[in-house]
Design a protein around this ligand. Structure first.
Ligand code: GRF
Length: 220
């Protein structure tokens, strides 16, 4: 199968970036990372890029007068590297139409909650404080809103009675590392069909569970 070219956008540690690098190295993905772009100098993601010999570019947003100017520079770097799919992996900037129109339905993001619940920042803690029994993570196409685009895949993670917010965050992160490479591979295989808000996966495997309960049901 023909490989797709990824451009990965980061702002920080890059554990999701690492999960994509590792999945590619393990031969699980029909994709190569052409370029990693960080808007912040000196972050751990850039070390990961160096270690794996992947081209990395810092585009410091503070050097640009407007969000649109910053996005224009991003578009030019992404196009120069022949990127097919833009993967936001802990990238902490809101995109403008400049970037969205240059890559229509070709930008995806991962969010550490079950959208549309808990949009925005620090959502693992917000979900924990709210007392939800399940949280999780979502991979979605990016549109002009914040965390509002069509949903590709979600993973559900239980919250246990003796959890802390950090334990929940870690449990969610482990699922992020599974569903993000999977979502990219579905895209690479051309199996995502988008109609309005709905993303249909062609030829999915049968679902393992029909429902989940937390706490588990007893006599019912
Ligand atoms: C993840 O929780 C991701 O869902 C969110 O930012 C975090 C990035 O983590 N968008 P990392 O940089 O991939 O380790």
């Amino acid at each position: 199968m023909k490989k797709i070219n990824l451009g990965v956008l980061v702002s920080g540690g890059g554990t999701n970036l690492q999960s994509i690098i590792d999945s590619i190295a393990a031969g699980k993905m029909d994709a190569t990372i052409q370029v990693i772009i960080s808007n912040i100098p000196g972050v751990r993601s850039l070390e990961r890029a160096r270690k794996h010999d992947i081209p990395a570019v810092v585009i410091d947003h503070e050097r640009f007068a407007t969000r649109e100017d910053f996005d224009r520079e991003m578009v030019s770097v992404l196009k120069a590297h022949h990127v097919d799919l833009v993967v936001m992996a802990g990238f902490m900037r809101i995109l403008t139409p400049v970037l969205l129109k240059a890559f229509p339905l070709k930008i995806i993001n991962i969010h550490p909650a079950l959208l549309p619940s808990f949009q925005g920042l620090h959502v693992q803690e917000k979900a924990f404080d709210y007392g939800v029994k399940f949280s999780g993570c979502t991979v979605h196409f990016v549109d002009e809103g914040v965390d509002t685009g069509p949903i590709i895949i979600q993973a559900v993670v239980p919250v246990y009675g003796d959890d802390t917010a950090e334990m929940l965050q870690q449990r969610i992160l482990e699922e992020e590392h599974r569903i993000y490479p999977q979502a990219i591979q579905l895209y690479a295989e051309g199996r995502l069909e988008v109609t309005g808000r709905k993303v249909r996966v062609q030829n999915p495997r049968p679902m393992e569970a029909s429902s989940l309960h937390n706490p588990p049901l007893e006599k019912f």
